[in-house]
Write a protein that binds this ligand. Sequence first.
Ligand SMILES: C[S@@+](CC[C@H](N)C(=O)[O-])C[C@H]1O[C@@H](n2cnc3c(N)ncnc32)[C@H](O)[C@@H]1O
Length: 349
Amino acid sequence: MTRRTANGSGSRSLADLPPDEVKAVVDRYTGIHDSGIRHRRESYRSFVNHYYDLVTDFYEFGWGRSFHFAPRRRGESFQASQRRHQRFLADRLSLKPGMQVLDVGCGVGGPMGALARDTGASFVGLNNNSYQIERAKTHTRDVRSLCGFIHGDYMQIPESADRYDAAIAIESMPHAPDKTAAFREIFRVLRPGASLAGYDWCLTEVFDPQNAEHRRIKEGIMRGDALPDIAFTSEVSASLRDAGFELLEARDVATDSDPDTPWYRALQGRDVSLKSIPRTPLGRVLTNLVLRAGEKLRVFPEGARAVSTLLNVAADSLVAGGQSRIFTPMFFFLARKPCVPDTAPPTRD
Ligand SMILES: C[S@@+](CC[C@H](N)C(=O)[O-])C[C@H]1O[C@@H](n2cnc3c(N)ncnc32)[C@H](O)[C@@H]1O
């Protein structure tokens, strides 16, 4: 059920776009990226929506229903690590039946569906991309009594104040044009005493702005993932506090990974599964050849290869960011909206 629709974006899947429009959308997306940080911030809605129109089907094919990374344990599958990463938030927020939880930037509903099944809490998924909301409704059909959706922008959440008992934001804040303003909106819709838990994409203190290679990697991550900019971990903590939150916990959980199984392993094609084949170097060459032939034969729309290339730029840059330790996609934060101070005068015995 979609409870409300806001900011009609006309989002569509790659398959629904007319064949000659895919390339135009790729060009519009890269045009916004290339025009600089200010324009990316001003045009964040179309920037992010173009991106997810282009990549959602690719993501679902390669990643499944949860579009996020996770710290890995030795021998653990990628999907199992994602489930553990999601449950970590549920535990920190003590989610239970009867609670109303906002999933800020819910993607195609994988995490909220799984957590609704696990905890019995009720979720509302907020997303600016209508195609993803349609996918999310399908993926949460079995828990539809616990899952609702809002098509809207987290910079202006179409909800009244003090409404939610908890909120999660899994890797959705990297797209925010202004993090403090985004956190302020989440703060507004949480009831006093309620908490927000999530993971953000950040630069670590290893990142050196004077280092050209570091800057090149950062640029690749932004271009391949529709990001206006990437903040340092310390800036995210400061934004949460500036928005009014008490910061209860904040740390990079990437370091929880087994050293031989880093979070970016899935992007290196080192996980042994059919789905990982396109991520191997040989798989990428083959994918490119298939897409090139498919574009010529009009089996795939013109521009499909450009989308695949964009995702390869993203993957290579994320791996380089992880290997050099200048970047983390899992800066964990747990932040509470303070309880309203008791304004009643103290009583005397
Ligand atoms: C990397 S995906 C993560 C999705 C989901 N949290 C998950 O873990 O599967 C980021 C999500 O944030 C959403 N998003 C980005 N900017 C948004 C905005 N301004 N308002 C609402 N959703 C937004 C995107 O549409 C996308 O679904």
